[in-house]
Design a protein around this ligand. Structure first.
Ligand code: HEM
Length: 250
């Protein structure tokens, strides 16, 4: 939970208890909302001449990216981000006109988390200008339902991320190798999966019902809790206490 809250604060967000009896996820109200811009005004701050400067919008938050001219200016490789809100392209990498859109409604919670990482980047490295009236902010600068949905997706993404991190601590990934002569091998070590620990563990297949994927994880074989886990399976032809298993070809 602590990690979850830290991640929220890194994204400049806070949880608020609303009078109607539910938690709301919001950017800190201490932040000055700045100017309210219409798309028409923002368009004047694109890399295309004549230009009043270089602004871009992310989730309706407008930033002055003039100091990053080498990226966003007329010769910059990311000039297409200026003068508009192309939030979706920040995570899809689709820089076509269709891809450069602010419609993020079909992004997954994990992609929304990645989008807020970009927001944190712009808040840290560039000067905030204000908010763009449109998909994410109303004429009076209030968050729209679309933004509320994005925030809900962010909360879900952070929850899933924290859960995945916790699972990775409990079940660190195995080391693996493959060679054309001897086939595949998975094995555990006290650093496998990037989790430094004082136990090595034994390889098991862990099935994730959510994703339908199976991965090799290291488990402590004597832990009662794990031996009861229906999603854990031993490798075929590999003894219960072996720290290394050869993968059968079938
Ligand atoms: C989703 C895909 C990508 C997005 C949205 C993206 C976006 C950006 C943005 C906005 C910047 C400017 C950051 C700033 O203001 O300082 C940047 C810089 C940079 N990007 Fe990307 N990028 C993507 C993929 C890539 C890939 C695949 C590569 C390499 C093959 C790459 C290489 C770079 C480099 C080297 C810089 C820094 C350039 C410099 O400092 O001169 N990017 N990227």
């Amino acid at each position: 939970m602590l990690r979850y809250l830290l991640a929220l604060s890194a994204a400049g967000l806070a949880l608020w208890w609303a009078p109607q009896g539910r938690w709301l996820l919001q950017f800190s109200p201490a932040v000055d909302p700045g100017r309210l811009l219409h798309q028409q005004e923002l368009s004047q701050y694109s890399a295309a001449e004549p230009s009043k400067g270089l602004y871009l919008s992310l989730l309706g938050r407008v930033f002055d990216v003039g100091k990053g001219r080498k990226h966003y200016g007329p010769q910059g490789g990311y000039r297409f981000f200026t003068g508009r809100d192309a939030s979706k392209a920040f995570v899809t990498g689709d820089f076509t006109e269709d891809g450069l859109t602010d419609d993020v409604s079909d992004l997954s919670p994990a992609q929304i988390v990645a989008l807020y990482d970009w927001l944190t980047f712009y808040q840290k490295d560039y000067t905030p200008v204000g908010r763009l009236i449109g998909r994410f902010y109303t004429e009076t600068g209030e968050p729209t339902d679309a933004l509320r949905q994005v925030e809900a997706s962010l909360a879900e993404g952070l929850r899933l991320k924290a859960q995945a991190e916790e699972e990775n601590q409990q079940f660190p990934s195995c080391n693996s190798e493959w060679s054309s002569t001897s086939g595949g091998r998975v094995w555990c070590s006290t650093k496998s999966g990037g989790v430094h620990r004082d136990w090595t563990g034994v390889p098991r297949m862990l099935f994730s019902p959510g994703s339908g994927h199976t991965r090799c994880v290291c488990v402590q074989p004597d832990a009662q809790k794990q031996s009861n886990n229906p999603n854990l399976k031993e490798y075929k032809d590999c003894s219960t206490h072996a720290e290394s298993c050869l993968l059968s070809q079938d």
